[in-house]
Design a binder for this molecule. Sequence first.
Ligand code: PHE
Length: 511
Amino acid sequence: MTIRLKKQVIDILKILQKKSSEVLAIELANELKIDYIVLMSAINDLIEHGLGGFREEEVDQISLNDEGINYMKNGLPERQLLNILLEKNIKEISLGEFLKESKLDENIFYIGISNLKKNRWVSQSKASGKNKIYITAEKFPEMDLEKFLLKFKEKPVIDYSKLSKHELVQLNILNKRKLVKRNHRTERIIGLTDKGKKIEISKIKELEQVSKITPEMLISGSWKNYELKPFDVSKSGPLLKAGKFHPMINLINEIREIFLSMGFTEIRGPIIESAFYNFDALFQPQDHPARELQDTFYLSNPKSARLPERERVLAVKATHENGGDTGSKGWGYEWDENIAKKTLLRPHTTATTMRRLAQFYRNNEKAPVKVFCVDRVFRNEKVDKSHLAEFTQVEGIVIDDNATLCDLIGLLSEFYRKLGFKKIITRPGFFPYTEPSMEVAVFYDKLGEWLEMGGSGIFRPEVTYPWGIKNPTRVLAWGQGLERIAMLYFGRKDIRDLYINPIKWLRSQSY
Ligand code: PHE
C-alpha cells in the first residue's frame, strides 16, 4: 500500500534520512525553526507508518550559579587575593589591611584566605604582635578546580553523565562551595526505523488537503487519503446580508424602552389634525406667523374638522379673547371658529399631547399621568443637512401636582443619559404654550458643538385651565427631534442620510 504523508512530515523524513543518526528533538525543532509540538506530531505520523520513533532519556545537567559564574570570570577568591599580593609585590601584610586592599566582601575574603592557607601558598602568624599573612610558596600553579571551572566557559550546561572520575571530584568541591546548580530533564531523541532509513521518498505520496469530508468520501473510504485543512479560528466569518430592522426603528424601540422603564405610557394621535388641537388649544393666536402657509401644510380635503364639545371650545375661545378664568388678559381679539376648523398635516406632536389633556378632562382623571409619543410630523421646510420636511418628534408630558421645572430638567437629563448622552444643557427658550420655556441641547463630539434637540416647558394656564388642570397641578411638556437624536446616536453629520439609506451604513448596523 502506498504511504501518504503530509508535506511537512515528508520533509522531516528527508532530513532524518540525511542525518543518518539520532537527533535531539529540541535541537531539530530549533534547527527547522518549527514548534516542538509540531515536530513531535510529525514524528507521530512517522511512528504510525513504522518509519520512525523516539526514546526518552533522563538527563542530569549542571551549570554554575551566579557566584560560580563570577569566579569563572574573575578567578576564585584565593586567586584574586594572591594576584593582589603578587602585583604589589607584597610579602607580608596585616589581615585588616589586606581585607581593605582586596575590596572583597568580608565573607569571600575569608574563604579566599582559608583556601590560600590550604594550598600552603600563604601562612598566618601573630608572632609580630599583629595578625599577619606571609607568602610562603614560590609557585602558584593553576588548580584542578580552576581548570574545571573554565570548562563552563565553553559549555555553560554540562551533562553529568559525561564527567570523568577526576572531574566528579572537582564537581564535588564546587558543590561544597555552593557554586553549582543541578537540573534534571527528560530529553527526547528521535530517529528512523530500518524501514524509515530505507524507504524511497519518491514512493511516498503527499496527503492532499481538503476543507471538508463529503458523504461520498466516507462511503468509498477515500477520506483516508486526505488531510483536513486546519481551521483558522482568528478569521471572521462571511458577512451576513440578512434582512433586519432599519436603524431608526431600533432607535425608536430603544426610546420606547427608556420611557416605559421610567413609568410612561405611549400615546398616538392623528397625522391629519385640526388647527384647534394643533394651535388654538395651545393658545397660539390665530394671526401667529407659525400658522401660516409657509410653515404649515393645510389640507383641502378634508376641508374642515369637527370641533370638540361646545363648552370646551368656548373655554378655549375665552382664553384667546380675555384669558377666561386663568387670570390672564388673553390676546384680546375676536376668536374665529372657522380658522380653528382648518385641517392640516400636524407640524408637531404637541397636538397629540393636547388631545391627551382633553381625554384627561373627559375621563375625570387624577394626576399623575405620564405619557410619551414618537411620531411623524410635517413642516413646509427647505431640506438641508440639518432639516427635513417630514420628520419625527419624541414628545411627552407629565401631569402632576406641584411639578416643577427642576423635575423637567431631571427627566430630560435622565432620558438622554439612558440613551448614552452625558453632556446636556437646557437654556431659556420661547413657545406660545409654555412658561417658562426651555431649549435642550446635547454636545455632539463629531462636530464639536452643541446640537439643538428640541423644546420643553411648563404649559401655560391658558393651555391647561380649559381642561380643568389648574394650579398646583401642572403639565411638564417636551418635544424633541428624533432625527437630531439619531444623528448623534449613529454619528451621522447629514440628517438626510437617515432616510437615503446608504447601504454600507445599513449593513454595518447591528440586528
Ligand atoms: N412643539 C415644540 C416643537 O415642535 C416642542 C415643544 C413641545 C415645546 C412641548 C414645549 C413643549 O418644537
